[in-house]
Design a protein around this ligand. Structure first.
Ligand code: SF4
Length: 395
């Protein structure tokens, strides 16, 4: 996978103060990818060291009063051309910089105050469709023994659990809030495995319960709270869905967003959930743009056919009618399913980074049996496994 990185994060001494800001997490990502280092301010011909610069009134000014607006625009344009030539869908840039800052910059008073906003180069990249993230996002998504990656698998996708080198197994019935009477459906297993996949620490949950079985939104999201208590910060959800004609095909998909059509929400039971601080959770970018871009990069590199689209969660258990499928099509839905919605809400409430993957095993509105779902899942099992392992290796 090709990425673009602020050179100072790679240890290159190009900052205004003559130094650099190497990030271990970014260096680790660079070692696993084809990384191109860029420095827009260097490309603008600015010297090192130089007076600090900040954004003000739509321009960029240095602390000695020089208007650097044109120079910053020039440097950003040169680096954009380099990024495009490299073919990078992802840029990891230094936060706070008036050139690179992905989400905040200094406010132009040279007093150290930060405001929301992006650097000149970061804005330019986003306009061209590149996913721009800060070094903090890369660090926050980096797994370790203390912060394993949680993976929750759905119907027909449980095979991935067999790849784990196990350290410990946990019966779901020993998990807080998981209903004692719940028994696994066909294709699910109620035993979490803690261990590693390709040396990456993971906790794999090879099955789940559903709202349509009569469980509450809080109960169906119990595994997420369990993973969070075990230290997981990244969580990969996988489920079988129906592809909505016109918006998606059968096969693998990366979920970009969700629409909750279940009428349930675990945060409505907030009083009883001790792990969540506030029920008013920001669901913008609920599915991490960074993780989605990594998944897309893995798929492209490995030649795995994968689409991307919005997931609509319905209560079930009956399949969608043709009218419902047509409605979803006009709503911009690509995938319809009966799980994951409440889990993703809970994961975001806990501040976890979510990657949603789906296998569309049938066309929405055309019906499917458990057998056809399982059969299609078997057909795509190898690609699904390569996709998940590829993402784990990049983290
Ligand atoms: Fe680092 Fe970007 Fe500033 Fe160059 S312009 S020093 S790469 S933050």
């Amino acid at each position: 996978m090709r990425i673009v990185v602020s050179d100072c994060l790679r240890g290159v001494a190009c900052r205004y103060d003559g130094g650099s800001k190497p990030s271990e997490a970014v260096l680790s990502l660079c070692s696993r990818t084809d990384a191109l280092g860029v420095c827009p301010e260097r490309e603008a011909g600015l010297p090192v060291p130089r007076p600090p610069a900040e954004q003000r009134d739509g321009g960029v000014w240095s602390a000695d009063g020089t208007d650097l607006t044109a120079a910053f625009a020039r440097g950003a344009q040169v680096c954009l051309s380099m990024a495009q030539e490299h073919g990078a869908p992802l840029a990891v840039l230094k936060e706070k910089s008036p050139s690179c800052g992905p989400s905040c910059v200094y406010d132009g008073t040279y007093s150290g105050r930060l405001i929301n906003g992006a650097g000149v180069f970061a804005r330019l990249l986003r306009k061209e469709g590149v996913c721009v993230v800060s070094e903090d996002i890369v660090k926050a998504c980096k797994p370790s023994v203390e912060h394993p990656v949680a993976i929750v698998l759905g119907t027909g996708l449980g095979h991935l659990a067999t790849l784990v080198r196990p350290v410990r197994r946990i019966d779901y019935h020993d998990i807080d809030d998981f209903p004692a009477e719940a028994r696994p459906m066909e294709g699910h297993r109620f035993e979490a495995t803690i261990g590693t996949v390709d040396d990456v620490p993971v906790i794999v949950y090879p099955g789940r319960i559903h709202l349509y079985q009569g469980y509450s939104a809080s109960q169906v999201s119990a595994l997420v709270r369990h993973a969070h208590r075990l230290g997981a910060r990244d969580i990969i959800f996988a489920c079988a869905t129906g592809a909505v004609e016109g918006n998606a095909h059968m096969g693998l998909g990366i979920i970009s967003d969700q629409i909750n059509l279940t009428g349930r929400n675990p945060l409505a039971e907030w009083d009883e959930i001790r792990d969540v601080e506030s029920p008013f959770v920001d669901m913008t970018d609920a599915y991490s743009p960074y993780l989605r871009t990594l998944a897309r990069g893995v798929a492209d590199d490995a030649g795995i056919a994968v689409e991307e689209g919005v997931y609509a969660g319905v209560l079930g258990p009956c399949m969608e009618t043709k009218a419902e499928a047509a409605m979803m099509r006009t709503m911009g839905v690509s995938y319809a399913g009966m799980s994951m919605i409440c889990e993703v809400i809970m994961a975001r409430a806990l501040g976890m980074n979510v990657l949603g993957l789906t296998l569309a095993t049938n066309m929405a509105g055309e019906g499917a049996t458990h057998d056809t779902v399982a059969e299609t899942a078997t057909h795509y099992a190898e690609d699904f496994e390569r996709l998940v392992r590829g993402v784990l290796r990049l983290l």
